[in-house]
Design a protein around this ligand. Structure first.
Ligand code: SAH
Length: 371
């Protein structure tokens, strides 16, 4: 917690990192320097709309102020360790977030939009059995600066013609388990003075943290995607262990409540297609019953394999049939096109570099017990 608070505020040189600060905090910072609060807006314009993070290039600030900022503040972005480009144009960056931890961010260009899939945690504690990130364990929450920094960095690297138009929290981590930082980031993504994206173009994807879903509509109602993945508690308990705490019906109730506040009024349900696990006509039938007449659409995700997994993807015919069955039952359903799988950038393949703190601690104890 403490580590995270420090990360969000200071960069490695001890200067205040202005990336990810709320407009109010930024205005307060300038007032503290004896400046007018509107300086906050100017800085946000430079960093978030133009990708300029060097104070010296900010020509509407006086030389004196630029020099002062140079001394006490920074606009620090995560460092790039590696960038890989898929044959389909998808780009993946491995980003250093300090202490040997690295997270991944994925840029997916399409004819009319460019989606950035961002990470909110180094690792993930939810341990979904079919997800590479979950298999690696959990290290820590990312700060707002580290999360928003991914968007600034990609826009800056790719230039205005390729600017990010949509942001999805579908990279590493469970965004609603890092609630405060994620909400700060979302507010800047939809703020006209910052990124100015519409609420429909920002999607939070969650494995189903019910209390946080209930809270979210009061804080920011952007698009919501929920990783349902199974139509019964019996199967979902095995795939998405958080289901043991919040059952499907409780989760769906929270979703319908959230949908009432949504501009698009629809929640997306993600459903990974796992051969022999959740892909039968009977599964489609039960799923359709859960969602019929509700503000819901289903996005079927072909399972993306990773080393060591016990699962296999359903066949293309099985996926098509499942989709057809849902549609004939009156459910809006689509199949997600796999992108970037040749560079392990597809859904669920992001492993980054994560030292699992829980396992490390367990290891320490074992060593102590043995000595
Ligand atoms: N923690 C968030 C974001 C996870 S990643 C969540 O659970 O929603 C985004 C989506 O990819 C989720 O629906 C997740 O369940 C899915 N996913 C994870 N591993 C996958 C895999 N190996 N193949 C396909 N989809 C996967």
């Amino acid at each position: 917690m403490r580590e995270n608070a420090l990360n969000s505020i200071h960069d490695t040189s001890g200067k205040l990192n202005l990336i990810g600060l709320s407009p109010e905090m930024l205005a307060e910072f300038f007032v503290g320097l004896g400046e007018k609060p509107y300086r906050a807006r100017q800085i946000m314009g430079w960093a978030y709309q133009r990708g300029v993070v060097n104070f010296n290039e900010m020509t509407n600030l006086s030389l004196r102020l630029r020099q002062r900022l140079e001394l006490v503040a920074s606009l620090s972005l995560p460092k790039i360790i590696r960038r890989e480009i898929s044959r389909d144009g998808t780009c993946k960056w491995l980003l250093d977030v300090g202490a040997g931890q690295a997270v991944e961010t994925v840029y997916i260009p399409e004819p009319n939009r460019a989606t950035l899939c961002i990470s909110s945690q180094a690792g993930c504690a939810l341990d979904c059995s079919f997800c590479a990130t979950g298999r690696r364990g959990f290290n820590r929450n990312l700060s707002a600066a580290e999360i928003l920094g991914q968007v600034v960095l990609v826009n800056q690297t790719l230039g205005p013609d390729s600017a990010v138009t949509n942001v999805v929290f579908m990279g590493m981590g469970e965004p609603l388990a890092n609630y405060r930082e994620v909400v700060s980031v979302v507010k800047l993504l939809i703020d006209d003075l910052a990124f100015g994206l519409s609420r429909r173009r920002v999607t939070i994807s969650t494995a189903g943290l019910v209390p946080q879903i209930r809270k979210l509509s009061g804080d920011c109602n952007v698009a919501l995607a929920v990783s349902l993945h199974a139509p019964t508690d019996l199967v979902r308990d095995k795939l998405v262990p958080i289901n043991r705490r919040h059952r499907i019906q409780e989760l769906l109730d929270a979703c319908w409540q959230y949908a009432e506040c949504l501009a698009s009024r629809q929640v997306t349900f993600e459903y990974v297609m796992l051969a022999g696990v959740n892909d039968t006509p009977r599964d489609a039938e039960i799923l359709a019953k859960l969602l019929r007449g509700r503000p819901a659409k289903v996005n079927l995700i072909p399972f993306n394999s990773f080393p060591g997994t016990e699962y296999q993807c359903s066949s293309p015919e099985q996926i098509d049939q499942f989709c057809t069955n849902l549609r004939s039952a009156g459910i809006v359903a689509t199949i997600r096109r796999t992108r970037g799988d040749d560079i392990a950038a597809a859904c669920g393949q992001l492993a980054g570099q994560v030292k699992d703190r829980m396992r490390v601690r367990l290891g320490d104890k074992q060593i102590r017990a043995a000595s």
